[in-house]
Each structure stands twice: as C-alpha cells, then as structure tokens.
Design a protein around this ligand. Structure first.
Ligand code: ADP
Ligand code: MG
Length: 306
C-alpha cells in the first residue's frame, strides 16, 4: 500500500510514529506538506502535484491538519478523495469538528451528553445569558482558543459579567458553559479508532488549576473507563463522522459529558501514558478498510460477469 501523510512537519512525534508504523507493516509512505500541494481542480482527471511532479498511486491519506491550515488542508484532502484515495478522516468531518458551535449543536441533536452550554457574540443582556446556562460558576471560552488559552472560570455573577463584556469588546464569539466542579480539574482523553476506544488517559490540572491541558502544566495518568464513558466517546466520534478522534470527557455527577472532539489527536501524550502503539492501530484500520473495499469490488465484478 502507498500511504500519504499530510503533515507540515515530518519531525513531529505523531508524524514520525505514523511513518514508522506504516513502514514496519510493509507500506510505502510519503509525508506531504499540505501547503506545498497544488492541484488542478478543473481536470476531468483530478490531480495533486508536489515539487513539480504529479502524485500518483496513493491508496490512503492520513490527514494531520493543524487548526491554522484547516481551510487549505481540507481542500487538498478533498482533492485526494476525488481521486478515489481513502482518507483516514474525511474532509467534511474535519471541517465539521473544527467548528466548535457546529459540533456542539450536532452532538446535542444526537443526544450526546455535554455541559449546559450557551453561545453569544454580542449579548444584549448578560444577566439573562448567565441565567440561561444555570448561573455562576460558569466557564467562559473564546471560541478560537486552544491549549486552555482563553478559558476562564468566573465564580460570581459580577466576575462573569466583566469577562463577557471584556470578550465582547474584542468582538470575539464566546461560549458560556456550566462549570463541572466535580471533575476536580481533570478531564479524560479517549482515543477512538473505528468503533473502539483504543486508549484513554486522565489529565489532571496542576494544583489550583481547573484546566487540565498538558500545556498548562497538567499531568497524564492511566484511567479505566466505564461502559457509559466508552459509549459516549464512540457516539461523539460517530456523530462527527470521524474514524479517528480524540474525545475529551468530563466526569460530571450526572455521568460523562463531552467537552470537545479533536480530529487530529496527538500521539505523544497518549502513547507515553499508556505504552500502547496507537500509530499501528491507525494503519491497521486503513488496511482493514481497504481489504474490505477490494473484496467488495471483486465480488461486484464476479457478480457482474454472472
Ligand atoms: P481548549 O480547546 O483550549 O483546550 P477546553 O474547552 O478543552 O479548551 O478547556 C480547557 C480545560 O478547561 C479542559 O481540559 C478542562 O480541564 C477545563 N474545562 C473546560 N470546560 C470546563 C467545564 N465546563 N467544567 C469544568 N472544567 C472545564
Ligand atoms: Mg481542550
């Protein structure tokens, strides 16, 4: 099999591990910087070019598309899809998951449990907005934030109003969420491949910090999931249409609630915490999928002849 990994940097841990895993299973691998791919979108035979040459014979693509290059990255991935290449995660699913509001709306429609959440751009009535999500304490988030930056805990109505107004002054979209206090500054990262949670870790925020992000000084340990937690993570990934996903859960008093679903979950933290070879599991998923498609198309051919 020939596998293309869309990644801006071949030296990143996740990229290196995927290359290693694919090669050790006997596959040919190319790492393509998505921003250097260019394409002819009008040709009746869609093409992707790289460094002056057409890329041919790719059976599967593994997209590792950073949040800052979502727009161009998903366009390149779509071009591969048009060429009949199997994407580990589909371009539409990635676009969907990159829009936090769209993701939360979709999951709510499918009955996935999540913290009570409101969103606003320029609320005329902050008090009513706070009342809508059950009052303080609330977590206020900048929609465009990552790694815990732009996530604020407001314990009193006064504090919440000030934060909402400050964010409003920046003309930012904000999300206001019920604070899940009983999570104790920890969240659970569930790594989903196909219809299984293949690994999970608990991330605990530093002392006195409610945000568990490893970038904010959090630490990761092994954790055992309940059946309900597994089912919730799988349902969240399925709702987004992702084959591979990092689903972040909070352990609330009413059971697991989904905070976010990541379409390019990193491997370093979870492989280190669990000692599992999650890179190989992703390659294996691709192998199984392609085997099934080959079998199905040869079956159709045989039937066709009969
Ligand atoms: P980011 O995308 O920047 O990582 P998150 O929404 O994941 O932002 O929030 C960062 C961290 O803050 C989470 O990992 C979690 O530990 C904590 N957190 C976020 N929302 C809540 C909430 N509603 N209740 C309790 N803790 C929360
Ligand atoms: Mg997060």
């Amino acid at each position: 099999m020939k596998i293309a990994i869309l990644s801006r940097n071949p030296r990143l841990y996740s990229t290196r591990r995927l290359v290693e895993a694919a090669q050790s299973r006997g596959h040919e691998v190319v790492v393509l910087d998505v921003l250097r791919c260019y394409m002819n979108v009008t040709a009746n035979k869609p093409e992707v070019h790289y460094n002056g040459k057409e890329i041919t014979g790719v059976d599967a693509v593994i997209p590792r598309i950073g949040a800052s290059v979502t727009f161009y990255g998903t366009a390149v991935l779509r071009q591969f899809e048009m060429m009949g290449t199997f994407p580990l995660n589909e371009s539409v699913a990635i676009s969907r998951s990159r829009d936090k509001l769209r993701s939360l709306q979709l999951m709510s429609r499918k009955g996935v449990d999540m913290p009570v959440t409101g969103f606003a751009h320029k609320p005329g009535d902050t008090k009513d907005l706070l009342k809508m999500v059950g009052g303080t304490p609330v977590v206020i988030k900048l929609l465009e934030g990552t790694q815990g930056i732009g996530v604020v805990l407001a314990e009193t109505p006064k504090a919440a109003e000030s934060v909402v107004e400050a964010f409003m002054g920046l003309k930012a979209n904000i999300l206001i969420q019920e604070f899940i206090k009983e999570a104790g500054g920890a969240d659970i990262r569930c790594f989903v491949v196909g219809d299984r949670v293949v690994a999970a870790m608990k991330r605990q925020g530093a002392e006195g910090e409610f945000r568990s992000n490893l970038h904010r000084g959090g630490s990761a340990t092994l954790t055992k999931l309940t059946a309900k937690e597994r089912a919730t993570a799988i349902k969240a990934a399925k709702t987004m249409g992702l084959n591979v996903a990092g689903v972040d859960l909070l352990r609330s008093a009413r059971g697991p609630v989904v905070m976010e679903v990541n379409s390019s979950p990193g491997l370093e933290g979870i492989e280190t915490a669990t000692s599992l070879d999650i890179a190989s599991m992703q390659i294996e998923f691709i192998e199984k999928h392609l085997e099934r498609t080959v079998n199905r198309s040869s079956l159709t051919k045989t039937r066709g002849k009969g």
